[in-house]
Design a protein around this ligand. Structure first.
Ligand SMILES: [Ca+2]
Ligand SMILES: [Ca+2]
Ligand SMILES: [Ca+2]
Length: 159
């Protein structure tokens, strides 16, 4: 009887450690990105990260990796900290996000994958961009994402 209870306790402990460990790596995520900003894309395409953890996270040596066409791996410099509940936006100095079927992967300093976007396309040559529908909501599903159309389109009407 005692050993059975013991093994239940160990199983429970294992799950507590597993879930807190898992949660910790999953709590910085790609939150939004514009594959196709208005006009020429070079130097204007951006990716926004969000830290959903309750602790500040050190992003030194983490990477953002594009996967379509001309691929870029950007290494986040030493000393970049993303505070709990805060955002960090990176705009590359040249073209790096393709407008069609792009996917961006975020890895930690050990190269372990932390997050990836779905395959995304942005054929609107304007401020419209992809973002998570609910901040911090990451179910590893395409349904987490929506395309945000800029407000001015609604005001002025289409065309
Ligand atoms: Ca563009
Ligand atoms: Ca756009
Ligand atoms: Ca682009």
């Amino acid at each position: 009887m005692f050993s059975k209870l013991n093994s239940i306790a160990f199983t429970a402990l294992f799950f507590v450690f597993f879930w807190t460990g898992y949660g910790r790596t999953a709590q910085v995520m790609i939150n939004a990105l514009d594959l196709n900003p208005g006009g020429k894309d070079s130097g204007k395409e951006w990716v926004e990260l969000y830290n959903a953890a309750e602790i500040d996270m050190d992003l030194s040596g983490w990477t953002l990796e594009t996967t379509h066409g001309y691929k870029v791996i950007y290494k986040i410099p030493e000393g970049v900290i993303i505070c709990a509940g805060e955002y960090w936006v990176y705009t590359h100095d040249r073209q790096w996000l393709d407008n069609i079927d792009e996917m961006v992967i975020l890895r930690d300093a050990q190269g372990k994958e932390v997050d990836r976007t779905p395959l995304l396309s942005d054929e609107r040559n304007d401020d419209g961009y992809w973002r998570r529908k609910i901040r911090g909501m990451d179910t590893n599903s395409e349904s987490d994402w929506e395309f945000k159309i800029p407000e001015k389109i609604f005001e002025g009407g289409e065309g």
